[in-house]
Design a protein around this ligand. Structure first.
Ligand SMILES: *[C@@H]1O[C@H](CO)[C@@H](O)[C@H](O)[C@H]1NC(C)=O
Ligand SMILES: *[C@@H]1O[C@H](CO)[C@@H](O)[C@H](O)[C@H]1NC(C)=O
Ligand SMILES: *[C@@H]1O[C@H](CO)[C@@H](O)[C@H](O)[C@H]1NC(C)=O
Ligand SMILES: *[C@@H]1O[C@H](CO)[C@@H](O)[C@H](O)[C@H]1NC(C)=O
Ligand SMILES: *[C@@H]1O[C@H](CO)[C@@H](O)[C@H](O)[C@H]1NC(C)=O
Ligand SMILES: *[C@@H]1O[C@H](CO)[C@@H](O)[C@H](O)[C@H]1NC(C)=O
Ligand SMILES: *[C@@H]1O[C@H](CO)[C@@H](O)[C@H](O)[C@H]1NC(C)=O
Ligand SMILES: *[C@@H]1O[C@H](CO)[C@@H](O)[C@H](O)[C@H]1NC(C)=O
Length: 439
């Protein structure tokens, strides 16, 4: 959090206004007989040093109470997540001794049962069924979620990013178990804005089938006219930001597309059996995590060049790492928001799509194919990261790391809503991919 220095007089005025607001809020709280809401709800606002905090805060008492309730609900019992985020070695060790034991895993049949009454499901699991603020409502995000196992992890991911105005397309791999598919189908039926992909594909690494579910979801999502950005997720990722923060970050993109691409990183042997790419397009190796605008998705689905490119990448190996990257690294195509700079991994280029530890940074746990599987010991880094999402987690190996991330996200959602916390967008300004985009 950063606070902008203000002239003393206006600060004084601010404090006065805040104090009045605090008093009014507390009065209402005291007058409304709420059994379980202690006046700790007022505490953050009583912190006069956060006088600027009421700026942009919304205070519908019912919603504030709900957010307090949800925070309490997701609080990890017996673990001091706040201390872990601050880097406490002792807390990390203590939590590591509890790993896998802080709460019982939730099974497919648990979800089948609980979703029989959707209202109860929303309540029991602590879904935020309100858009919270107009700014968020006016900026819907469309997600694809490519999943194949662990219904609890998928459901907790959905809960962490769920808002009633966003859109969620869930693709369940054709090779997933029937129980898993049934559980996800039951969850989906409890929401108007969550749906299963219209076609199911058996995903096989390194083939076109990795890219295909994304395209199916893009097509399904395209029918909805209001969303502003598309983000693709797998069932082993988790947000590091609240919906409000994601919206703030994406507004700051000014339409830019966040898809890393590199010329140096191209694996030539992936193209040995292919002709030259169509339309003289430059080959790059792209990142698999994409954050793209509507115009980009429109181009992917409806443009002739995109169709030619798609036909060509089908002849290559690992086409999913080529297709979106190439669309972003060929500014002559004129796709709004794509990158005009040299498509290299550029320290100043920036990207906020994923926290992913490929090496260079210590990994608290183990690595699988070079990628650090994120665990409790990685939380201090995750808490500081400006990235929107993190990859990747195995819930069955560490339940604390997801629990603490949830605790932070739902705390932040609550505190931003009541005005106790203000999100600092400074790190997201002036990234090269934002200032250097096709308009
Ligand atoms: C008040 O806010 C300041 C600045 O954000 C923070 O350092 C301090 O810990 C807060 N105090 C309380 C009691 O919340
Ligand atoms: C507060 O939010 C609740 C739940 O969304 C809604 O029913 C109520 O009308 C809102 N109250 C005000 C004063 O806006
Ligand atoms: C918050 O939780 C309390 C206690 O469980 C409950 O009585 C109250 O209705 C909840 N408030 C909201 C808005 O859900
Ligand atoms: C979340 O909020 C609760 C209650 O305000 C607090 O005890 C807890 O430490 C917070 N957790 C984190 C991760 O900030
Ligand atoms: C899990 O928790 C139970 C009850 O608190 C305890 O008896 C058991 O030893 C714990 N198991 C592990 C592996 O920590
Ligand atoms: C659903 O869960 C409830 C509460 O745990 C249990 O009482 C009930 O028997 C379950 N119903 C089914 C159909 O499994
Ligand atoms: C996003 O889409 C790309 C291209 O299809 C794919 O390779 C990648 O796995 C997807 N990423 C996630 C996190 O689903
Ligand atoms: C990296 O970004 C800087 C800052 O915009 C730019 O001047 C430079 O050309 C970029 N380098 C490459 C290799 O794209």
């Amino acid at each position: 959090m950063s606070r902008v220095a203000r002239p003393a007089s206006s600060l004084f005025c601010y404090l006065r206004v805040s104090l009045v607001l605090i008093l009014v809020t507390c009065l209402i709280i005291i007058m409304v007989p709420l059994k379980h809401w202690t006046n700790t709800a007022c505490l953050p606002s009583q912190n006069t040093s956060s006088g600027a905090s009421f700026k942009g805060a919304v205070t519908n008492i019912t919603i504030a109470e709900l957010l307090h309730n949800i925070s309490r609900q997701v609080k990890v019992a017996g673990v001091d997540c706040a201390a872990i985020f601050k880097g406490s070695k002792d807390e990390i060790i203590a939590a590591n001794n509890l790993i896998g034991n802080i709460s019982a895993p939730l099974s497919d049949s648990f979800y089948l049962n609980l979703t029989q009454d959707c209202g109860n499901f929303h309540k029991q699991r602590g879904y935020i069924m309100s858009s919270l603020r107009n700014e968020e409502k006016q900026f819907p995000i469309a997600y694809s979620m490519i999943v194949y196992k662990d219904s609890e992890m998928v459901e907790r991911l959905l809960r962490a990013i769920y808002r009633p105005h966003n859109l969620y397309c869930i693709h369940v791999d054709l090779k997933a178990s029937t129980d898993f598919f049934d559980a996800i189908s039951a969850i989906v039926k409890c929401f108007n804005n969550v749906f299963l992909a219209s076609r199911r594909i058996q995903v096989k690494w390194a083939t076109y089938t990795v890219l295909e579910p994304e395209l199916v979801c893009m097509e399904d999502l395209w029918k909805y006219r209001k969303w502003k950005y598309f983000i693709n997720l797998t069932g082993q990722e988790f947000p590091l930001k609240t919906n409000h923060e994601l919206v703030k970050i994406l507004i700051g993109f000014h339409g830019a597309v966040d898809v890393i691409a590199s010329v140096k990183g191209v694996f030539r042997n992936r193209f040995l059996r292919s002709k030259e790419p169509p339309h003289g397009l430059r080959i790059v190796k792209g990142a698999v995590h994409i954050v793209v605008n509507r115009e980009f998705v429109d181009f992917v689905l409806n443009n002739k060049i995109s169709k030619d490119l798609l036909a060509w990448v089908k002849t290559t190996v690992v086409p999913d790492e080529t297709f979106f990257g190439m669309l972003n690294a060929n500014p002559q195509l004129g796709i709004k928001g794509t990158y005009k700079g040299l498509p290299e991994y550029n320290a100043t280029r920036g990207s906020f799509a994923r926290f992913k530890n490929w090496g260079g940074t210590p990994c608290a746990g183990r690595r699988v194919r070079e990628i650090c599987i994120l665990t409790t010991g990685d939380l201090p880094l995750l808490g500081r990261s400006p990235m929107m999402f993190a990859n990747k987690f195995f819930l069955e190996e560490d339940r604390v790391v997801i629990g603490c991330l949830e605790e932070k996200i739902f705390n932040d959602t609550r505190d931003e809503y009541t005005g106790a916390k203000v999100f600092d967008i400074t790190p997201y300004k002036n990234a090269d991919f934002i200032t250097n985009q096709v308009d």
